[in-house]
Design a protein. Sequence first.
Length: 367
Amino acid sequence: MPEGIQNQETNVGSDLPPEATTYGGLLRIAREGKGLTVDQVASQLRISPAQIEGLEADDYKVFPTPVYARAHLRSYARLLGVDDNKVIDMFNVALRPEDRDPRTFIRKTTQDLAPYQDAQPKNVGGKVVAGLLFLAVLIAAGYFGYQYIPSMLANSDSETQTAAAPAASAPAAPEAKEQEVPAAKQEVKTEPEAEKKAEVAAPSSEAAAAAAAEEAKEKQEAELKERLQKEAEEKAKQKAEEERKAAEAKAAEEKEAAAQTVDTSEPMRLEYHKTEDRWELPYSAKGEVKIKLEGKNGECWFGIYKDNKLEFNTQLKAGQSREYSVALPFKVSVGNRQNGAVHLDGRAVNLDARPNSTSTVFTAYQK
């Protein structure tokens, strides 16, 4: 190791510039960080400066095969103190598809040695050279199997796991974004349409509501009108019925009054009750009867009896009169009847029931 080169692990963090994302950029930054030149590193690794620059430029074609490039990358990383596994992983990812197949190395090496194998050596020296070249091929193939295959298998497993993990988790986010973005766009696009529809629907809804309210109002008014009309008809019918009943009652009263109306011009005649051997006067009266006694042509005598007891007794001359109020039934006796007169409630009583007698006695009772 030349002076100034210390085999210490370089701290390559996440704050490195974008060039550090490739194996060549990572090595170049580490070399410059240690203050080393390309020539110093080439001298230490025993390769040409052009090959160092090729590696730092991510051009592994400066070596015959990827195997040689990988071997020198590992040495270069260890020289700078960089994680060689990380550098190799980055290198394996950067390999072209045709360079990842191990058979490509063998085929290429075989093709390179084909002129020597096809040649028919004419001397022992030629055979020795051919044998040495064939041995070199075997050694190279063994070295390839030791260096390249385990790394490729590990890289394949790493790539498989790395590819599986994003397949399980990472794509979900883009898919979600792809679903969310159109949804957002759709919402943005549909909002004006929804607003337009709402604006169109709003007047329609208001018109429908107004029409419904008007219809309800008309129906209510019609129901009110019908109810008032029925009430008016019912009242008119009731009034007519009351008037009819009143007219009938009045007619009945008038009929009854007419039936009870007595012609005062005709005196009431007495009826003889043979069984009782007395003269009687059936009379209709409400409450007490007003009795008027009069003297006409001379003196006469009057007596009024209630329950066979004399209540009133008077003697009247011509032109004299007396009035009494007595409840039915009662008895009236008149002496010298031709000179006297008896009125019940203003109606005269015919006292000529006994023409051959000067006195008259009769009993008035409720008819």
